[in-house]
Design a protein around this ligand. Structure first.
Ligand code: G6P
Length: 369
């Protein structure tokens, strides 16, 4: 059994460590050798169709929905197409407002989640185009969608999703750059810089995995916590949500993610002496604002673990512990930031003696509504 797990004690840890390869496999063949273009012929949309898209609805559940939240920020920033990200079980009953040029993107690792399939079917019935991003080639989502972007994460066994999420991010980043290029929102030099950064993501992920011992030591000291808050701004907030979910799913520590600027509108009441706060500060443009939110929680006694880019030692003055992550384009930072959050959930769950790969009450794929 340990052989199946490649020598790792759990599938989850194995899958966390497979992420550099999974991301590399997902990018392979989709960026040109000169790093000037993204090729996604599988989406089956010509340039005119891409230019005509007036809105995108992303539908998904769980971790795939969280990937969609990152995708929204990237697509809106790079391609300037408005994106709504909807929970599939809500979307299907919401009588969504879509035009004939609305593109539906369904994100599903398994391709078998009943809620996501139902949302896809509803929109297909209305004659809309559905693009699936899935990890399973022959899945129901892959068969029923008009076109498919396959994430090449390989089989994901642990219930808590890790490598599926990062490969979904890779697919969404590719799509964002591709749409941005076709729609003339990104000039050639910027496109080159972005594609170079995308191509470098597997190395970024690899380097972040070196923080594992630091996270493990923190997790052992922290595993008795009852609550944890994750804060960030912009795309850092999107990845905070995934960090909180991961922690809840396997460590059973209550966690909430908050847009850092929203804390003062209520949540600060819950920050008392010793409450752990994980602060994600990967956006240089929003950095000062995030630091002022960190100061607010420190003033109430929080213990703050912060993630920031290598070289930003300034943060050490404001927090209790810093984890340095390689610098990438700010929009791509979730790819780096999610890794320590996955590791934190993993090591906290191990320290609490939980069944990491099969957490209570959760299924890998929920094929009933
Ligand atoms: C289940 C799993 C989650 C997963 C969600 C969506 O709830 O426990 O980890 O994110 O389904 O799964 P999908 O296969 O559609 O991405």
């Amino acid at each position: 059994v340990s052989a199946e797990r490649g020598g790792y004690p759990h599938f989850m840890l194995k899958e966390i460590h497979e992420q550099p390869k999974a991301v590399r496999d997902t990018l392979r063949g989709r960026v040109s050798d000169d790093l000037n273009r993204v090729t996604l012929s599988e989406i089956g949309l010509d340039e005119e169709q891409i230019r005509n898209i007036d809105r995108i609805h992303i539908v998904a559940c769980g971790t795939s929905w969280h990937a969609g939240l990152v995708g929204k920020v990237a697509i809106e920033q790079f391609a300037r197409i408005p994106v709504d990200v909807e929970i599939a079980s809500e979307y299907r009953y919401a009588d969504p407002i879509a035009t004939e040029n609305t593109l539906i993107i369904a994100i599903t690792q398994s391709g078998e989640t009943a809620d996501t399939l139902a949302a896809m079917r509803e929109m297909k019935k209305r004659g809309l185009r559905v693009l699936a991003i899935t990890n399973v080639v022959g899945s129901s989502a892959a068969r029923e969608a008009d076109s498919v972007i396959v994430t090449w994460a390989g089989p994901e066994i642990a219930v808590a999703s890790t490598k599926a999420y990062t490969t979904q991010l890779a697919a969404l980043y590719l799509l964002a750059v591709h749409f941005g290029q076709v729609r003339g929102q990104i000039d050639e030099a910027t496109a080159h810089e972005m594609i170079e950064a995308l191509d470098n993501l597997p190395q970024v992920v690899e380097a972040v995995l070196d923080t594992a011992p630091q996270i493990e030591s923190f997790a052992q000291r922290y595993a008795h916590a009852h609550d944890t808050f994750f804060i960030g701004r912009g795309i850092d907030y999107a990845v905070s949500l995934e960090g909180a979910l991961k922690l809840k799913e396997i460590s059973y520590i209550h966690a909430e993610a908050y847009a850092a600027g929203e804390l003062k509108h209520g949540t600060l009441a819950l920050i008392t002496d010793g409450v752990p706060v994980v602060a994600i500060a990967m956006q240089p443009d929003l950095y000062e604002k995030t630091v002022s939110n960190i100061v607010e929680v420190k003033a109430r006694g929080a213990f703050v673990l912060a993630l920031t880019w290598v070289g930003n030692e300034d943060l050490e003055k404001a927090v209790d512990e810093v984890i340095y992550l390689p610098k990438t384009l700010p929009a791509l930072a979730p790819m780096a930031a999610v890794i320590p959050l996955q590791l934190l959930a993993y090591y906290a769950a191990v320290a609490r003696g939980n069944d990491v790969d099969k957490p209570r009450n959760l299924a890998k794929s929920v094929t009933v509504e």
